[in-house]
Design a protein around this ligand. Structure first.
Ligand code: NDP
Ligand code: HSE
Length: 430
């Protein structure tokens, strides 16, 4: 068997702690699979004195020195952009392979990191960055490399899926459900990145980049969170046989001349209860992929948590260790298609619009006229009466998002519309 593969572990919290444990407990198995012992050469944490469970001689608070020491692979499980970015660039420039779960970093600096890896011939693996334990990035990068992916649609944030599932199940409101999720440990102390959609947008950028061989960053992803979803929205979805999910949607879109572009977006949307993603509840993740030859594929499992995420990290670690032992590299960045990213306003979407209107003759005609003026086709209308008012629900066909937004703006200006109660996007066939 070849010499050992020396590993620097940066970060030993929820995920890193499990990686360290499994590296120790499964050392023989991992060595057999990698072709050489995978040896933990050092562990960088912020506060070494808070980690009595770890071997003292391995611990350091100087991550930079550990990266620059005699190691072959850097496993980064700290998170965030600075100072991690410079450490990983330094590792890659030195020809040290990197395994990371850091979606925030990858969604902004994937190109820079990939170029550094290419310059030195090092590996850059990041399976754990999207959907935790679920093997998803390797299928996109390798198994489907010969196919043409048209769509990636998924639930990639467990916190928001837990909240929306609980609201659907119990009928409770957003704020109380978020409190409950925090109390049970599903939501972090600061849930902003999850509930405002930043986490899902980073993941969508990574998925779109891999699926469409195009550099897509988090800034290219249209993002909306779940903070405005109320119990009334969930009820409205139920009345239509739908449920509300925070979706990451990455699509190859054709324009009228047949030119291709990429749409990447994250928002809560109503999907039919019969949809494959509707039954994905609690903190689970699921991603649905459509490709020309493969057809429809579905990936499901634990999208977060120390041990599930460590499974993906260790899979990458074995792969890069094997590459070190045998020579050669894993897949490089593939961005040759360089498709343009379509602005949200030009992206075809569908809306569910709920209006509080006066209940008198001619109201429906005025409302319908606004839709017609913006060339938005109506798919269904429902009316519920109460005294002299009525609530009118309109579901549209596909139309450019900007046209739908303008329709809503003009509906709000109509005298007969007392209030635009809610507007939500609709995905999936009826
Ligand atoms: P934690 O907050 O649990 O752990 C972070 C670790 O980084 C801690 O050990 C901390 O040290 C250490 N650290 C922080 N700053 C420094 C520094 N400047 N120098 C050295 N060490 C430092 O994070 P997670 O394990 O939850 O997440 C790690 C990564 O994995 C993130 O990129 C996250 O997005 C990603 N991820 C996490 C998932 C999860 O379920 N938690 C799922 C998928 C991906 P100390 O212990 O001393 O505080
Ligand atoms: N906060 C993320 C989630 C963790 O809720 O899914 C995994 O990236």
């Amino acid at each position: 068997m070849a010499d050992s593969v020396k590993v620097a572990l940066l970060g030993c919290g929820t995920v890193g702690g499990e990686v360290a444990r499994l590296l120790h407990e499964q050392a023989d198995e991992l060595a057999a699979r990698a072709g050489a012992p995978v040896e933990l050469a050092g562990i960088a944490v912020r506060r070494p004195d808070k980690h009595p469970e770890l071997p003292r001689h391995l611990l350091t608070s100087d991550a930079e020195a550990l990266v620059n020491s005699d190691v072959d692979v850097v496993v980064e499980l700290i998170g965030g952009i600075d100072p991690v970015r410079k450490w990983l660039l330094s590792a890659l420039h030195q020809g040290k392979s990197v395994v990371t779960a850091n979606k925030a970093l990858l969604a902004e600096y994937s190109a820079e990191l990939s170029e550094a890896a290419d310059a030195s011939g090092a590996d850059l693996y990041f399976e754990a960055a999207v959907a935790g334990a679920i093997p998803l990035l390797r299928p996109l990068r390798e198994s489907l490399a010969g196919d043409r992916i048209t769509r990636v649609l998924g639930i990639v944030n467990g916190t928001t899926n837990y909240i929306l599932s609980a609201m659907d199940e119990t009928g409770s409101g957003y704020a109380e459900t978020l409190d409950e999720a925090s109390r049970l440990g599903y939501a972090e102390a600061d849930p902003t990145a999850d509930v405002d959609g930043y986490d899902a947008a980073s993941k969508a950028a990574i998925l779109a980049s891999l699926a469409f061989h195009t550099r897509v960053t988090a800034h290219d992803v249209h993002r909306e969170g779940i903070g405005a979803i109320g119990a009334a929205d969930i009820d409205a979805a139920k009345a239509l046989g739908r449920t509300v999910k925070l979706l990451a949607i990455c699509e190859r879109v054709l324009d009228a001349e047949g030119g291709e572009s990429v749409s990447a977006r994250v928002y809560p949307a109503m999907i039919p209860r019969s949809h494959q993603l509707a039954g994905v509840n609690g903190a689970f993740n699921a991603v649905y992929v459509e490709a020309d030859a493969a057809g429809e594929l579905m990936f499901f499992g634990h999208g977060a948590g120390g041990s599930p995420t460590a499974s993906a990290v260790l899979g990458d670690l074995v792969a890069v260790a094997r590459n070190r032992v045998l020579g050669g590299r894993g897949p490089r960045e593939s961005a040759h298609a360089a498709l343009p990213v379509r602005p949200m306003g030009m992206t075809p979407t569908r809306y569910h619009i709920s209006l509080d209107v006066a209940d008198k003759p001619g109201v429906l005609a005025q409302v319908a006229l606004v839709f017609a003026e913006h060339d938005v086709s109506i798919a269904a209308v429902r009316q519920r009466d109460a005294d002299s008012t009525a609530s009118l629900v309109v579901v549209t066909h596909l139309a450019p998002d900007a046209a739908l937004q303008s329709t809503v703006d003009d509906l709000a200006k109509l005298e007969v519309v007392r209030e635009v109660i809610s507007v939500m996007r609709v995905e999936g066939d009826d």
